[in-house]
Structures are given as C-alpha cells and as structure tokens.
Design a protein around this ligand. Structure first.
Ligand SMILES: [Zn+2]
Length: 206
C-alpha cells in the first residue's frame, strides 16, 4: 500500500537521521500525525530556524545566535584558562559539571589519518591566531580532546604547534591534558589494561 506522499516523505526524512530505523521513523511520523497543528508549527519553525539562526562564535566557535557566544561575553569567566574540545557537545558536557570556569575553543573534528582527516580539517589555525591576537592573556591551555587514538593524535599535533608558537611569539602559557584514569564506581577487575596503565602513570598523592 502506498502511504500519502507527505507522510511517506516524513518517514523517509526521519529514517535518514542517525540511529533511527524504518520502524521508529514510521512510529514518529504517525505520532506527529496526531499532534495538534500549533505544536507541529512550532516543531517545523524550530527546524527552519535551526541553520538560519545558529552561528559559530567568532572567538571560540561555540554555537550562538549572536556574533559572540554567551560564554565569551561573560566577563566573570576566567580569561586565562582555555579548554580545547573536539565538538560543541564536549563543551556542553564540561559546562554541565560546573567545574570549569574558563573559556573554550571548539575544533570541529579530530585528526584521523585512517579516515584521511588531516590537521587542515580542524580549526587549529584559528586557535593559534587567537592566542596571538589575545596577546598573552591565556596562561593555560587544556587539551580536552577525547582519550582515544584520534584525540591523542590531535592533542600531540596541537601540543607541537602550540610549543612552536609559544617560542616564536614569546608567549607564556602552559599546556595540559585532561587526566586519564578509572571511571568513578568502576572496579579494577573490569578495567581495560590501557586505562589501568594510564591510571597508574597519572596517580595522585593521597
Ligand atoms: Zn565564544
């Protein structure tokens, strides 16, 4: 049986999203068919506005509706601390901890040689030019790329570029990396060797 074209189109659109199969797509589309029209209008308006009204902050590349994001505009944040993350979703997770009060730089990706993603694919030059432009205000750069092969490769690349820049421009910042270790509530017995070795290497005084 052929479904009405608008319904079929919506199912196809849902199915093209990550993590949604044919059945879930149909379920969502049929659900929306029973939702009041004004709610559907708000839903459709949100989709229309998504790309049009969302921009990258011209300083840290976080997402914003304005030229600068709210984190960059907040003068109460520590202007000497800069946390470098792969994606905006990483920034959001760090923000949720309420533990970090510095600034960010979003790379929009990672270096992944196996998938032909080189340094030119990430916003690394923007990080370097920002450091020069902000003239030594930043005193520590935390490389918070993911603790996997690609994240490590990216961190190593950035470290060498940052060290080069620090010498060349006589800047004074230290470079740090998020600590590795065992997740809270974990049991040693089930930890993988890589994590356990990192936890031993980066053990803290107690
Ligand atoms: Zn910003």
């Amino acid at each position: 049986m052929n479904l009405p074209q608008p319904l079929q189109e919506l199912i196809d659109q849902f199915e093209s999203l990550p993590g949604i199969g044919r059945k879930s797509a149909a379920k969502l589309a049929f659900y929306l068919l029973n939702v009041p029209q004004d709610r559907l209008n708000r839903f459709s308006q949100a989709l229309t506005d998504l790309k049009v009204k969302t921009h990258k902050c011209d300083r840290c590349f976080n997402l914003t509706e304005n030229k600068r994001c709210s984190l960059c505009e907040d003068e109460g944040r520590d202007q000497s601390l800069l946390c470098v993350v792969e994606e905006v979703t990483d920034l959001l997770v760090i923000e949720q901890t309420r533990k970090f009060n510095g600034l960010y730089h979003v790379l929009y990706g990672r270096i992944d040689p196996l998938n032909n993603l080189g340094p030119e694919e990430i916003l690394a030059p923007q990080l370097l030019s920002r450091l020069v432009k902000e003239g030594g205000k930043i005193k520590e750069i935390i490389l918070a790329t993911n603790p996997n092969m690609e994240g490590e490769t990216t961190a190593m690349y950035l470290k060498s570029k940052l060290e080069e820049l620090r010498t060349k421009k006589s800047l004074d910042f230290k470079i740090s990396r998020l600590a590795y270790g065992l997740p809270m509530g974990a049991s040693l017995e089930y930890a993988d060797y890589g994590t356990l070795i990192q936890a031993l290497d980066h053990r803290n005084g107690f």
